[in-house]
Design a protein around this ligand. Structure first.
Ligand code: GLU
Length: 434
């Protein structure tokens, strides 16, 4: 088969939020298609009338677009193809391969499971044997005229000319049933590859019990699509030279189905955060600023664009997700309620230090260059020099007074971003001056 003929699909059921495991399935399909010049399609498996919701379908599409994993053609909706599944089921009846069964005077259709022992070759797991005599006949059309997953999946994989079905291990038991349906229709089946299960830290399959598992949660935490995709690519796929940081383009270049592991893989939030931090650092500055500003719309509004930019850039190398900024730079967004003891007392009991801070307040009050970090620095250093003290003996207490912490990124940038009024107010409050 020519590589250019590869067609794969991601087929979510819109019965809930997009799960992180689903994103990994979508990504592996996408990477495979892109790496061999094939096509990647999206198919909404929305035939579960009770559980499917249009909002979820919309959300899934929006999430896929955010991730950059959009369909190479129109999105398929199974709910629009009911007549086609009914026709396919009737066809099997005509050929004696299915039969109808009355359910409360309504009619369902069941596929006669051939009593076959057979094997298929899985792209990840190799040879898999099965004994279909253990399966029992399979409902393919429900009494309400809706197809079951097995029928709709087979009909669509055939009509979409899917060449490779790449999905989670949880679908491994569906594959023999689907292969037998392909055979009954007289259609050539695609190749199948099942991705290893994702486990939580406790070794159980990743689920809601482990906290955030939906893509929405990760977006709300301020993860980048790049960081998430990079991490998910490593869940079950072993890159050739143990490389860890990948752009999407790199992943496409290096991805190979042959390197997918059989063994289940453990979700490691710390590694995800670490990789996300790397991606935050690597973003072009303008893109970083646009993204973090969009994420923190309300906070950003409280500052002038220049001051917000100072803050966003100061913390760039310290945050693992955009949300981290709220915590890391908390003192930029609200006043210090409590200084930690006993350090606060030590500072306050130091008379010369108090005198210097008071003198600094006088200087700052007259100073007009707060908009420029280099000017604030000069003013502060000149003051220290004038009083015959080391600059750090002024900078250290100022930092503590302004941030409540003994370490912070560039103090003069911070002072500039906070502005004169806030700096003066905080130092006064620190000195218990009202
Ligand atoms: N709708 C199925 C799911 O969300 C897709 C299974 C498949 O890829 O065949 O799990």
């Amino acid at each position: 088969m020519e590589p250019s003929e590869v067609k794969v699909r991601f087929a979510p059921s819109p019965t809930g939020h997009l799960h992180i495991g689903g994103v990994r399935t979508a990504l592996f399909n996408f990477l495979y298609a892109r790496s061999v010049g094939g096509k990647f399609f999206l198919r909404m498996e929305d035939t579960d009338r009770e559980r499917s919701r249009e909002e979820f379908a919309k959300e899934i599409l929006e999430s896929m677009a955010w991730l950059g994993l959009s369909s190479d053609g129109e999105v398929f909706y199974q709910s629009k193809r009911l007549a086609r599944y009914q026709e396919a089921a009737e066809d099997l009846i005509k050929h004696g391969l299915a039969y109808e069964e009355k359910v409360d005077s309504k009619r369902a259709i069941k596929f006669k499971m051939p009593a076959a022992r057979a094997v298929f070759h899985d792209l990840v797991h190799g040879e898999i044997q099965f004994d279909a005599s253990l399966f029992g006949d399979l409902v393919i059309l429900k009494s309400d005229g809706y197809p079951t997953y097995q029928l709709a999946c087979v009909v669509d994989d055939h009509e979409m000319e899917i060449t490779h079905v790449i999905r989670g291990d949880d679908h491994l038991s569906n594959t023999p049933r689907q292969l037998l349906l392909f055979e009954a229709f007289g259609w050539k089946p695609p190749k199948y590859g099942h991705l290893p299960l994702i486990l939580g830290a406790d070794g159980a399959p990743l689920s809601k019990r482990h906290g955030a598992v939906s893509l929405e949660n990760y977006r709300a935490e301020g993860f980048l699509a790049e960081g998430l995709l990079n991490y998910l690519a490593l869940l079950g796929w072993g890159p050739p030279d143990n490389q860890e940081f990948f752009s999407l383009q790199d992943l496409i270049k290096k991805f190979s189905l042959k390197k997918i592991n059989k063994a289940s893989t453990q979700f490691d939030s710390l590694k995800l955060e670490w990789l996300n931090a790397q991606h935050i650092k690597k973003l072009p500055e303008a893109e970083y600023l646009a993204k973090i500003t969009d994420f923190h719309k309300d906070l950003a509004k409280k500052f002038s664009p220049e001051k917000w930019k100072i803050i966003a850039l100061l913390y760039r190398s310290r945050i693992k997700t955009f949300k981290d900024l709220t915590e890391e730079a908390a003192y930029c967004f609200s006043d210090i309620e409590n200084y930690s003891e006993p350090m606060y007392d030590d500072f306050l009991n130091n008379r010369s230090l108090r005198a210097h801070l008071n003198a600094w307040l006088d200087r700052a009050g007259e100073f007009t260059g707060f908009d420029r970090p280099d000017e604030v620095e000069k003013m502060t250093r000149d003051a220290a020099q004038g009083w015959g003290i080391e600059a750090r003996d002024l900078i250290h207490p100022l930092r503590f007074a302004l941030t409540g912490k003994t370490v912070s990124p560039g103090l003069f940038e911070l002072m500039s971003a906070l502005g004169k009024e806030t700096c003066v107010k905080r130092v006064r409050k620190f000195l218990k001056k009202t």
